[in-house]
Write a protein that binds this ligand. Sequence first.
Ligand code: TRP
Length: 350
Amino acid sequence: MRKSVKAVQMRKVFKAVQMACILALLVGMFTACGTAGSTGTTTSNAQSASGSSVKKIGIVQIMEHPSLNTIRESFIKQLADRGFKDGENIKIDYQNAQNDQTNLKTICQKFANNKYDLIVAIATPSAQAAAGETKNIPVLFAACTDPVGSGLVASLDKPGANVTGTSDAVSAEKIMELAKRITPDIKTIGALYNSGEANSVSVVNNLKEYASKNGMTVVEGTVTNTSEVQQVAQSLVGKADALFLPIDNTVASAMPVVAQVANAAKKPVYVGADSMVKEGGLATYGINYPVLGQETANMAIEILNGKKPADIPVKTMDEMDIYLNKDTAAAIGVTFPDDVVKEAKQVFGK
Ligand code: TRP
């Protein structure tokens, strides 16, 4: 008898433990589900526009060049570091337009038709194409030099529509001040750029203003695609004491060619971005692109969490640094002043 009472009690205890285990399991499952779709910084479980809880992000990049690749990689890494991981709680569709306007349009149309939750457009031509395809899906641009001048936003503080992002605006004046410290005798500056890139046009306009105030002359050499760069660079080095390259996608993707032509003519090339120094330009006073990529990702997270691009000011980078290339300096017989080298964030070359 006693035994059987004990047995019944034992069974009861066992049942209770079993129930507790099941409960614990259920609670565990719920918590797991709750965290899978969220991160340390967000708890949003909102459904995506496409109807699934995995948000779809289309990344469109105008072409391959080191700077744009850096931005994209840094963007994706920052998203992941903040808990937005491709293939887990977000789906990233990266498309490169291979420097072709028709491709750009097709890619952006596809992103819009498939109702992606966010379109990230790297560089001005991609952003213009994306903004042209949708008025509802948020378009987040990365590294657009002049977002107002290129028609992407109404103003930096109040973008106004479905488009916002980060700007890599640089100062032609600061680059020229640096140029004068390195090569004080330059008078005629050859501006090499694609006149179809709004991002370049605005910087060259600033260069012209600077030149007219400082007794310098600007001669222009414009291209419409990468294959023209060599010939136009060749003609410019014959007319100018130094070349000036704004943050131009077309010219940047042919940077080694420009460096070759300029080095042969022993002319300094001042550029708008560190990657262009790394690939043979002499110097720049430029922004930090990995940081720009991170800032773009931070804005992406705000948008994924429900904030409207219209209410998110464009982010500009205030920190600028000197980048130098000592191989190029050696090739053209220029010596960097000690104070410039001391101030430099990075000196490329052997
Ligand atoms: N600022 C360029 C634009 O508005 C894009 C860009 C970013 C770029 N980094 C660069 C261009 C480096 C040339 C070189 O389109």
